[in-house]
Design a protein around this ligand. Structure first.
Ligand code: A2P
Length: 312
């Protein structure tokens, strides 16, 4: 067990959980079952991953965090989307429910609605804060215990803090040594919000990886630190996150790696090593967004979070 933090909702949350993005439906049930057997108590999933029924089949008593998809941002759609996830997972309530992205797509059941010429159809009249106010009602109704955000920038978080009744518990963003999110982490820490790191291992399986890019898990400096501790690079980067109070959700469907990623409580990184890992941050280190020629396909949406010139 690698420890837990107390969220601003009063509930406790493990610092380490299992990620399920890119976990295939046929593999994820066994992965979730094994994770719970070896001690994981937090499972991160999302409606858009298309595997919540199988995740649900694997669940015993883990903590369940999941995300509201971009086509369900309209305040009238939020409760229905949450009910669908509850039914797919076979649960009566969720421990933590996040808005997956701040920017909304056109309402409906097509998860990537497109015009005839193939352009994504956006919904720009619903602001992220309006969706947040609908999430607050899910807490009041007892459908979810804690609520949070994913992929929100500091301006969008501030708007919610101004207008909302409930403070977000977490903001889940891409975060690893090549893209360490230190400014956003500090900002969130001041507001009592935890950063949750997705792609903590640099998402090596993502479909748009290029052969020539630096690979986090093969970084020679990280390999040396790992060797000195008798640990793997994956264990070192996960340990670095929990020591800086960042919640991590490494994805794996491999039973040995699920155990490996959980086994990070029997060593400590020195402050020198912590600083060394922090120094690996690279301006081009982001691996998930933006990703198409440096621009996300959603980049021209007015609520797209990662704007040019916006530091965090
Ligand atoms: P697999 O599911 O076969 O274990 P991220 O969480 O950053 O998106 O990374 C997930 C990717 O890293 C998956 O491809 C996963 O593959 C792989 N992975 C997970 N744990 C480890 C590990 N301990 N060592 C190497 N690769 C890992």
């Amino acid at each position: 067990m690698s420890g837990a933090v107390t969220l601003n909702s009063g509930f406790s949350m493990p610092l380490l959980g299992l990620g399920t993005w890119q976990s295939k439906a046929g593999e994820v049930e066994a992965a979730v079952k094994h994770a719970i057997k070896v001690g994981y108590r937090s499972i991160d999933c999302a409606a858009i991953y298309g595997n919540e029924t199988e995740v649900g089949a694997g669940l015993a008593q883990g903590m369940k965090e999941t995300g509201l998809w971009n086509t369900k941002h309209h305040p009238d759609d939020v409760e229905g989307a949450c009910q669908k996830t509850l039914s797919d997972l076979g649960l009566a309530y969720l421990d933590l429910y996040l808005i997956h992205w701040p920017h909304a797509f056109r309402r409906g059941d097509d998860v990537f609605p497109k015009s005839e010429d193939g352009a994504l159809l956006f919904e720009t009249s619903v602001t992220p804060t309006e969706t947040w106010l609908a999430l607050e009602k899910l807490v009041e109704k007892g459908l979810v215990r804690s609520i949070g955000l994913s992929n929100f920038n500091s301006l969008q978080i501030n708007d919610i803090l101004e207008k909302g009744k409930i403070k977000p518990c977490v903001n889940q963003v891409e975060c690893h040594p090549y893209f360490n999110q230190e400014p956003l982490r500090k900002f969130c820490e001041e507001k009592g919000i935890f950063i949750m790191a997705y792609s903590p291992l640099g998402a090596p399986q993502r479909p748009w990886a290029t052969p020539d890019e630096p690979k986090l898990l093969e970084d020679p400096k990280l390999m040396e630190i790992a060797k000195n501790h008798g640990k793997t690079v994956a264990q070192v980067v996960l340990r670095w996150q929990i020591q800086r109070q960042v919640i991590v959700i490494p994805k794996s469907v491999n039973l040995n790696r699920i155990e490996e990623n959980f086994s990070i409580s029997d060593f400590t990184l020195s402050s020198e090593n912590m600083e060394l890992l922090a120094s690996f941050h690279r301006a081009d280190g982001r691996v998930v967004e933006p990703r198409v020629n440096g621009k996300s396909r959603d980049g021209h949406h007015p609520h797209y979070p990662f704007r040019d010139g916006l530091e965090f």
